[in-house]
Design a binder for this molecule. Structure first.
Ligand code: PHE
Length: 341
């Protein structure tokens, strides 16, 4: 009885193993016949029914059949594997012509965009770029600019001192002196770049950017300054916007004027950006003080000049309607991505 059962298992198992065309089927057949709960194990449990003296011989036979079946299974398994691998190689196609993952397209920072636009506009009327060091000597940052020793701008509260004689430049005006010392008039330059002040709140950063303008020539007047700045404001912020000059004071210009432009957002009607005044201050300006010309080796009797210094962050905010200056320094790609060229 038992023997017949085992013969039957052998036959059916062999048939199913050889008939399995894919690994899943083969695996199922293996579980069915050779698994722990499989038919073979069930039969083995009945060994006890066989007379004692026949057991060793019977056991040997069963064992041989099991080994045989396992061999059939293994052979079939390796054949199926090979077949499936061949199929995979045949059908799987690695398309080497597909484009790879892209790194994403970068773009210029809004401050760089604003800077290059200002430089371009002023370039059209003859200004070219000069740069200066960020660590400046006391002489270039203050002394030659006619800023007296007791001027508040020199205060430890406002200025980062590197040592007794050197500071992180507090404005781009030292580039005026450097240029006048090394070049002969007529001079027509713009100097963009970072400046530093010990100043930190919602609308002031200790590190911001300015753009300085300087023109030295014969017979330069406030009218030339006003003409240039009015032209610039209209090109940069939009045609039809008025410019306003308010009397002011800087040690290195005389007369001095604060420059306001009509708010580009409300066109002068009054809004949040301009605090309901209709006007926005963009920087300082004036005619170069004779003391400054003299300190730079230029004869104030023969030459005059005008200078202006604008805040670049301020201009970016006005131009793009940004309501918080700090976002410009946060490197948030959702913000920066809007300024791609
Ligand atoms: N240097 C001045 C400042 O930082 C701005 C300025 C530049 C004013 C040139 C007049 C002329 O505030």
């Amino acid at each position: 009885m038992l023997k017949e059962k085992i013969e039957s298992i052998k036959k059916r198992a062999t048939d199913e193993f050889l008939g399995a065309g894919e690994s899943q089927k083969l695996y199922e057949a293996k579980v069915k016949f050779l698994g722990k709960q499989g038919e073979f194990s069930q039969v083995m449990k009945e060994m006890g029914k066989i007379p004692k003296e026949e057991r060793p011989q019977f056991g040997k036979m069963v064992n041989e059949i099991k080994i045989e079946l396992e061999q059939v299974y293994k052979d079939q398994e390796s054949q199926i594997r090979k077949k499936e691998l061949d199929q995979k190689i045949e059908t799987d196609f690695l398309d080497l012509s597909l484009p790879g993952p892209t790194a994403g397209q970068g773009g210029a920072h809004p401050l760089s965009l604003v800077t290059s636009e200002i430089v371009k506009i002023l370039g059209r009327i003859g200004f070219s770029v000069r740069l200066g060091p960020l660590i400046e000597s006391d002489r270039y940052n203050f002394e030659a600019l006619n800023i007296p020793a007791d001027h508040p701008a020199r205060d430890m509260q406002d200025t980062f001192y590197v040592d007794d004689q050197h500071v992180l430049r507090t404005h781009t005006s030292p580039v005026q002196i450097r240029t006048m010392e090394s070049e002969n008039p007529p001079i027509r330059i713009v100097a963009p770049g970072p400046v530093f002040r010990k100043d930190h709140d919602a609308s002031h950063s200790p590190n911001f950017n300015q753009i300085e303008g300087l023109l030295i020539d014969k017979e330069v007047s406030m009218a030339d300054l006003k003409g240039t700045i009015t032209f610039f404001v209209q090109e940069f912020f939009g045609k039809g916007l008025k410019t306003r000059f308010r009397p002011s004071f800087f040690p290195f210009t005389e007369p001095s004027a604060e420059v306001d432009c009509q708010c580009p957002v409300c066109k002068g009607k009054g809004c949040q950006l301009c605090s309901q005044t209709g006007w926005i201050e963009i920087g300082g300006s004036g005619l170069v003080h004779p003391n400054v010309l003299q300190a730079s080796g230029i004869d104030p009797e023969r030459y005059q000049g005008y200078a202006f210094g604008f805040g670049i962050e301020r201009m970016a905010i006005i131009k793009y309607g940004i309501d918080d200056i700090r976002i410009l320094a946060e490197n948030d790609l959702r913000f920066l991505g809007q300024f791609k060229l």
